[in-house]
Design a protein around this ligand. Structure first.
Ligand SMILES: [Zn+2]
Length: 139
């Protein structure tokens, strides 16, 4: 009697409780796969966040150079001191000591590098190469 109440009518006919149960279980299975596959998604999000951080640093550094063409040795601290940045961006993959170094050598395009630790262990790498790999492909 209860099962009959749970039956839903459709154009083709009637879905049984079993059919609905199967659909729900498949949906739950897909949901669980998405949740547990997080480990493979997370590095991607971290990399995207890192590239976004580097893009911001890259863009504001270029603006600063346009405003002050004689400026040299730009660091993240310079951007902070000049109130261009409110806080130091941190690479999400290396929360404790993920940081960025700005490369502004004369005659070279401005670049930002993701590094971490006192020993400057390479992180995600150079913004310009990541941009060529990920951003330029998309745009
Ligand atoms: Zn990074």
């Amino acid at each position: 009697m209860i099962l009959r109440k749970l039956q839903f009518k459709s154009n083709k006919g009637v879905f049984s409780f079993k059919e609905i149960l199967i659909v729900v279980l498949v949906a739950v299975a897909f949901f669980l796969i998405i949740i547990y596959d997080d480990s493979s998604i997370r590095p991607n999000i971290q990399l995207k966040t890192c590239i976004a951080n580097m893009k911001k640093l890259h863009d504001v550094t270029k603006l600063l150079i346009m405003e002050e063409p004689d400026i040299t040795d730009i660091t993240v601290q310079t951007l902070l001191d000049k109130n261009i940045l409110k806080k130091i961006p941190v690479c999400p993959s290396f929360k404790i000591d993920g940081r960025y170094e700005i490369i502004d050598e004369v005659g070279q395009p401005v670049d930002v590098i993701c590094i971490h630790g006192k020993d400057k262990i390479p992180g995600h790498g150079s913004f310009l190469s990541l941009k060529a790999k990920y951003i330029d492909k998309v745009e």
